[in-house]
Ligand binder design. Structure first.
Ligand code: N01
Length: 540
């Protein structure tokens, strides 16, 4: 183990986290001739796709879209076996990329960064791993992910639970066999919705503890259609350009120009029905131009999905409990399922409403509700989400130019300029940070855009003979204000979602992603760069 006296390794760039973002950053940095190293807490690369091994984990964006675009050779050679790839397939893809571009020699696994300090005199960052190793670097790229800090609620008695419990974001690599068991799943977000049908098929009995129902659309997953794959491969270049003009960074989706309310009801319903049959979330999000801004327009789609739930779920009481009522459809991340609602027609599945009767604690045998009801389970699966967007960065003790802690600077919510940098923290970049469209877009699209912007910026600094870049307070304040104003014009802030930190008790309620769309955001980032990095101070 390295000690604090071990001489520090000095790099041009330290990359923290080797998921899809860190991996691409390492590839780009090497191409620029910079010394760079990736530090990854996991025993393997892949970030989200390394840790989230729960049953049913798969991407809810179609695989032909959810893949890197930086290498045509990679796009042409890789075969996605299904419309939506499973977690193991995506992890194979990520490992394939690491091998193909020979990136492993720049990656240090099992290494968690615990602190980062900026030395203003030397204009260098010193990172320290949890094991005590020091790393000096001119620049730091935080590719730490938005949903990488799993969160188990602070339930009383959990330490005394006699069965086994798991969090979906830290699922055992060897899998879990629930055969013959009574299982409790706590949470009904995207993760639980993917997992519940599979656990129900295996367990003796499944109890689903639901606090808030979500809108769930069918995935209509299927083996990859060879003709579709051929067409997509033939048009990758145009598709990348197309995706850049859209709101969510997904190609082949027309930009909506019509209000839902301007369309006759029969036509609107037919449109929703066609989308329901086709599967996926992106068509619905792009169906009408006021879907996410006008409550009445939104209601038309929400009511359509509510009807579908009632049509599928046989017990009207269960259907009513599963019907979302407290947020506009799409204001929370839309969930995608394969047989979720149908699962509640099974005899071995019980939906437990923990909104009306909250979980009081965990007993040695299971879950106890405030009203006194006891549910005996052998295993518990927490699908209770993450300290999203800021959790991973706040966990690292990051100190900027004047020694201020990032956690302190963000006490009232994250402050960033373009979701890329924070005033007071020179040379520290974030990939898909708060204030950028990352989580509200096809993530790989946004990852590539950020890494390209950051590496172009480093190239520009080098060309000018400069070493330091820092966001100004004024540019940051203007951007935060703009992010808030854009969000406030939409229905997004109306939902108690992780986008506003609602799932973490005490977290400031701030709408964190930028929802002005990928196209507008890209234009802004390009303009800033073209203006010589307007809103940043560059220095030698
Ligand atoms: O987490 P969540 P997730 N008592 O925060 C409940 C991405 N993702 O892991 O809504 C009882 O959405 C909580 O209830 P409530 C995707 O972006 C992507 O499911 O707070 N329940 C909620 O039901 C997604 O949005 C893919 O009332 C409690 C659940 O736990 C994000 O990950 C697949 C509770 C948490 O839901 C996070 O999804 C899966 C308590 N004390 C996920 N505390 C892809 O396909 C929390 N809950 C790419």
């Amino acid at each position: 183990m390295a000690s604090s006296t071990t001489p520090a390794i000095t790099l041009d760039v330290a990359v923290v986290g080797v998921g899809l973002g860190g991996l691409y950053a390492l590839h780009k940095l090497r191409g620029m001739g910079l010394t760079a190293r990736g530090y990854e807490a996991g025993s393997g690369i892949g970030g989200t796709w390394f840790w989230n091994r729960y049953p049913g984990a798969r991407c809810d964006i179609e695989s032909l879209e959810y893949s890197y675009s930086f290498s045509d050779e990679l796009q042409q050679e890789w075969h996605w076996p299904e419309r939506y790839a499973t977690q193991p397939v995506i992890l194979d893809y990520i490992n394939h990329v690491a091998d193909k571009f020979d990136l492993r020699r720049d990656i240090q696994l099992n290494t968690r960064i615990g602190e980062a300090r900026f030395d203003a005199a030397a204009r260098l960052w010193t990172l320290r791993t949890k094991a005590g190793e020091a790393i000096r670097a001119r620049y730091v790229i935080m590719a730490t992910g938005n949903l990488s800090t799993p969160r188990v609620p602070d339930f009383k008695g959990i330490e005394g639970f006699q069965g086994k419990w798991y969090h979906t974001g830290l699922w055992p690599a060897e899998g879990v066999d629930f055969t013959g068991q009574a299982v409790g799943v706590i949470g009904t977000g995207s993760t639980a919705i993917q997992m519940i049908p599979l656990i129900a098929a295996q367990a003796k009995h499944l109890y689903v503890f639901q606090r808030t129902p979500n809108f769930v659309l069918p995935a209509r997953n299927a083996p990859m259609d060879p003709e579709r794959e051929r067409q997509h491969r033939a048009s990758y270049a145009e598709r990348v350009i197309d995706a850049r003009q859209t709101a969510f960074g997904v190609s082949g989706v027309p930009i909506p120009t019509q209000s839902a309310l301007a369309v006759p009801e029969a036509e609107r319903r037919a449109n929703y029905e066609a989308m329901w049959q086709a599967g996926g979330t992106i068509p619905l999000l792009n169906c009408y131009n006021d879907f996410l801004v006008d409550e009445r327009a939104n209601q038309t789609a929400a009511d359509f999905v509510r009807e579908k739930i009632r049509a599928v779920v046989k017990d009207p009481k269960v259907a009513a409990l599963l019907t979302p009522h407290d947020h506009p459809i799409g204001a929370k991340r839309l969930c995608l399922d394969t047989g979720y609602y149908e699962t509640f027609n099974r005899d071995n599945v019980t939906l437990v409403d923990v909104r009306s009767d909250p979980i009081a604690g965990i007993t040695p045998q299971g879950v106890r509700l405030a009203g006194g009801a006891d549910y005996r389970v052998d295993s518990l699966a927490f699908a209770t989400g993450f300290d999203a967007m800021t959790g991973a960065l706040r966990e690292i003790d990051i100190r900027g130019a004047d020694g201020q802690a990032l956690a302190e600077a963000w006490e009232g919510g994250p402050l960033t300029y373009l979701g890329l940098m924070v005033a007071g923290f020179p040379n520290l970049f974030m990939v898909t940070g708060p204030g950028s469209p990352g989580v509200k877009s096809q993530m790989i699209h946004s990852i590539e855009q950020h890494v390209d912007w950051i590496t172009d910026c480093l190239a520009a600094l080098r060309a000018k003979g400069l070493t330091t870049i820092e966001a100004t307070e004024a540019a940051q304040a203007d951007w935060v204000d703009h992010v808030n104003k854009v969000a406030d014009r939409t229905l997004y802030p109306r939902a108690n979602s992780w986008y506003v930190g609602a799932n973490i008790p005490g977290k400031p309620r701030v709408f964190m992603p930028y929802v002005g769309g990928v196209a507008a955001y890209r234009r802004k980032c390009d303009e800033v760069a073209a203006q010589g990095y307007a809103g940043f101070v560059l220095a030698d």
